[in-house]
Design a protein around this ligand. Structure first.
Ligand SMILES: [Ca+2]
Ligand SMILES: [Ca+2]
Ligand SMILES: [Ca+2]
Length: 217
């Protein structure tokens, strides 16, 4: 085997290792809808509904000007006199009422209007002012309508009920503003296992190359 061919294989293998070590991360997504409380039990829906987003990208996002809507008549443009910065790896709670004494006990980072979450079916569509960047829709008998229990994102990016050990405020189940049972990985932050995998691959490949070169001499 020529050294040149060996180098080519080495390069290609490295490329594959890098590719597979990135597979577990959230790809091409900046904002993820990480949790939804559509049907609070402790207080009325008009105060107790909220949903949580997570910045899985690599840059700070100013949510000013972003739009929330559904496929019906709900529409709201996020607007604040101050910057609404969401850093990579941060959770952000949007809800219907600012007062934790009235809303069941969550602390919203932003309060919207003209936007509600149906208990049977609904959509959450987020637009960055140019295009829809993330959307979620649910219908009858989904995990989104369960009374007093939020739905949270899971490792395969589907949704499940928040586990009962996560309670907040007056006792509804959910983790507003914090990781639930699954912590979404920001794309910008390489997972330790990926780095380890990459380093192990690198060492193996170079030792193989060295061995091969020595045997051909
Ligand atoms: Ca509702
Ligand atoms: Ca709606
Ligand atoms: Ca959460």
């Amino acid at each position: 085997m020529h050294i040149r061919a060996l180098n080519l294989i080495l390069f290609f293998s490295l490329f594959l290792i890098i590719l597979t070590s990135n597979a577990a991360k959230v790809n091409n997504l900046n904002i993820v809808i990480s949790e939804v409380m559509a049907n609070p039990a402790a207080v009325s829906d008009s105060a107790g509904e909220w949903f949580e987003i997570f910045n899985a990208g690599s840059s700070i996002i100013d949510l000013n000007g972003y739009q929330l809507r559904d496929l019906g008549s709900n529409a709201h443009t996020i607007s604040s006199t101050s910057a609404l910065n969401l850093s990579p790896g941060e959770y952000f709670v949007l809800g219907r009422n600012a007062d934790p004494l009235l809303n069941g006990g969550y602390i919203p980072d932003y309060v919207y209007s003209n936007f509600s979450l149906g208990n049977n079916s609904d959509e959450i569509i987020i637009n960055d002012g140019i295009r829809d960047i993330v959307s979620l829709s649910y219908s009858n008998n989904s995990v989104f309508g369960v009374n007093g229990n939020s739905a949270e994102i899971l490792s395969d990016l589907s949704y499940g009920l928040s586990p009962v050990n996560f309670t907040y405020g007056l006792g509804d189940i959910g983790s507003p503003g914090e990781a639930g049972s699954y912590q979404v990985s920001p794309a910008a932050v390489p997972e330790p296992t990926s780095i380890l995998l990459f380093l192990v691959g690198l060492v193996l490949l170079f030792s193989f190359r060295k061995k091969y070169l020595a045997s051909t001499r």
